[in-house]
Ligand binder design. Structure first.
Ligand code: GUN
Length: 294
């Protein structure tokens, strides 16, 4: 059994990005610039956005954090998005989710210029991804692809079972794993809350990707001997022994599942650290005009 070290892989990719950004600056090219919009002060969102801004600093990117009170109206937020769309210095825009109930996230996502949609949530990017055209791939699924690639895990012809059909992870993950590209060519089963005999279905997976957001749901009986297990879950559970008052739990009951696996990602330090790196990579691609020409 080999542990997939997402932290080490993320650090490696970060170094590569930082070198490239330094070279771009030295040759007079523009500095990649990521803009994050944060509405309200949801604890997890605060942490995620702070980490994104910190990563920008570490890698030599410019960043702008636009904060708004939860009282901002949908039309006011749409205007803020449009301002970023129109600002040529700004390469990437993320609007941190979840948004307050009175704001329709789909409306916001569809208003972000697809050329700046480094989260890969715009229907145009999702459609282009599905067709195998150049597109921004959302950060967590891209992080999973990068881990599979860097660990030389064979995916072609394998049965990949994805648990969870969220727009952010499960759905794009299932599309990506079946594409006819280097990482892909799997036979994919996308499972969800209505799937019958979930454990039995999962136990047929060569590659099991758990993204359902239920801590330690995937136990030993869900996993075939020798499977690759990717745990995308990251749920805060109360833990009075921790200074923060909570612990982060994955979707996989690690101690029980790990001995059966050929490869497994831990939580923390598995998929999590890769997510921000993917976002940075997308922002760099935007600054360079790789996916959509400038
Ligand atoms: N909320 C949870 N994950 C994400 C993400 O990847 N991007 C944004 N914008 N919001 C999120």
């Amino acid at each position: 059994m080999q542990i997939i070290d997402g932290k080490a892989t993320a650090d490696e990719i970060k170094k590569e990005i930082a070198i490239e950004v330094a070279e771009m600056k030295a040759s007079g090219q523009k500095t990649p610039h990521l803009v994050a919009i944060l509405v309200g002060n949801n604890g997890a969102s605060e942490t995620y956005v702070a980490n994104k801004v910190k990563s920008c600093e570490e890698l030599g990117f410019n960043s702008t954090l636009l904060r708004f009170d939860t009282t901002i109206s949908e039309s006011e937020l749409l205007d803020e998005v449009k301002k970023v769309n129109d600002n040529d210095d700004m390469d990437g825009l993320i609007v941190q989710l979840p948004l307050p109930d009175h704001i329709n996230p789909d409306k916001i996502m569809e208003t972000i210029d697809p050329r700046k949609d480094v989260d890969g949530f715009h229907p145009i990017n999702i459609g282009r991804m599905a067709k195998g055209l150049p597109a921004y791939i959302s950060a967590t699924p891209q992080g999973v692809l990068d881990l599979l690639e860097r660990y030389n895990i064979e995916t072609s012809g394998k049965h990949c079972v994805v648990v969870g059909r969220s727009q952010i992870v499960g759905l794009p993950m299932s599309i990506l794993m079946q594409r006819n590209l280097k990482i892909g060519n799997c036979t994919v089963t996308l499972t969800h809350s209505k799937t019958k005999d979930l454990a039995e279905v999962c136990a047929t997976a060569d590659i099991l990707i758990a993204a359902l957001g239920r801590p330690e749901f995937i136990t030993e009986k869900f996993v075939k001997e020798g499977a690759v297990v990717i745990d995308v879950g990251l749920t805060r559970v109360e833990d009075s022994t921790k200074k923060s008052g909570f612990a982060l739990k994955g979707d996989v009951k690690y101690d029980e599942v790990a001995p059966k696996c050929s490869y497994i990602t831990p939580v923390p330090k598995g998929v999590g650290p890769m997510t921000i790196v993917s976002l940075m990579k997308n922002t760099l691609l935007s600054a360079k005009g790789v996916i959509y020409s400038k």
